[in-house]
Design a binder for this molecule. Structure first.
Ligand SMILES: NC(=O)c1ccc[n+]([C@@H]2O[C@H](COP(=O)([O-])OP(=O)(O)OC[C@H]3O[C@@H](n4cnc5c(N)ncnc54)[C@H](O)[C@@H]3O)[C@@H](O)[C@H]2O)c1
Length: 246
């Protein structure tokens, strides 16, 4: 049986990487998916390959007007939003003492403002229908900190706070809010996976000894979006090969 039959989902950053894998896994489970991305051509390519069950939306998640327009377009096409995955992301690495304010603000804008914008934009409808599944994407960087990524780590840690507060506020309305901390082989992680200075050191920290493929991460999102996780909220599920075992 399909786990997400006829659910309507928004996946931000769905044009490639983990977001694309989530969009594909959701459609495979019967959902309708809006592939939202600032790179419209990528979103269109993914949506076209998924047929009538998918639509593409051009949207910079940091721009509230564009977020509202995306939610309106999805609602017009499919009547509602049941599932939100706040996955869009960027990195702008620099050591703390060299990080520019532009690098700092840009990363916070995409990850934190973007997640807040979409959560707020869909929450009114979810509250009215007394149903919703929200899955934010955090990172091991937000749980443990990372050298050269103060902006990214701060944004991802803040997303954990947003997740817990969202879960507490929205739980009584039948809405769950969880987060996933992934570690997968995508364009975003190319430098640490391929650069000789980081590659071996990083892999040594992963008990499973390898990076995941995005398709191995996507089922975790299917679980949290499905009724199997109806009593799970405010949690961070690490799909990281054991990297964050303490
Ligand atoms: N890959 C990993 O190991 C890993 C680890 C921890 C967390 N994450 C998180 O997982 C999520 C997906 O990462 P990924 O590895 O697939 O990255 P990716 O770079 O492959 O994909 C990110 C997508 O987000 C889109 N995007 C960027 N800025 C946007 C904006 N302003 N508005 C809308 N879309 C925007 C990009 O166009 C791209 O399609 C991110 O939140 C990332 O921080 C990834």
């Amino acid at each position: 049986m399909n786990k997400l039959q006829d659910r309507v989902a928004i996946v931000t950053g769905g044009g490639q990487g983990i977001g694309e894998a989530i969009a594909r896994a959701f459609v495979a489970q019967g959902a309708k998916v809006a592939v939202v991305d600032v790179q419209l051509a990528n979103a269109e390519k993914v949506a076209a390959s998924l047929g009538d069950s998918a639509m593409a939306c051009a949207c910079d998640v940091g721009d509230r007007a564009q977020v509202d327009a995306s939610v309106a377009a999805v609602t017009e096409r499919w009547g509602r939003v049941d599932i939100l995955v706040n996955n869009a992301g960027i990195t702008r690495p620099a050591m703390l003492h060299k990080m520019t304010l532009e690098q700092w603000h840009l990363v916070l804008r995409v990850h934190l403002d973007g997640s807040f914008h979409f959560l707020q934009a869909v929450s009114t409808g979810m509250i009215a229908r007394k149903y919703g599944r929200v899955i934010n994407v955090t990172s091991t960087a937000g749980l443990l900190g990372t050298i050269g990524q103060a902006n990214y780590s701060a944004a991802k840690a803040a997303i954990v706070g947003l997740t817990m507060s969202g879960a507490k506020e929205l739980g009584r309305h039948g809405i769950t809010v969880n987060a996933v901390a992934p570690a997968a082989a995508t364009p975003m992680t190319e430098t640490i996976r391929t650069d000789e200075r980081f590659k071996e050191k990083y892999l040594e920290r992963i008990p499973l000894g390898r990076w995941a493929e995005p398709a191995e991460i996507a089922p975790v999102f299917v679980f949290l979006a499905s009724d199997d996780a109806s009593y799970v909220t405010g949690q961070v599920l690490a799909a990281d090969g054991g990297l964050t075992i303490r």
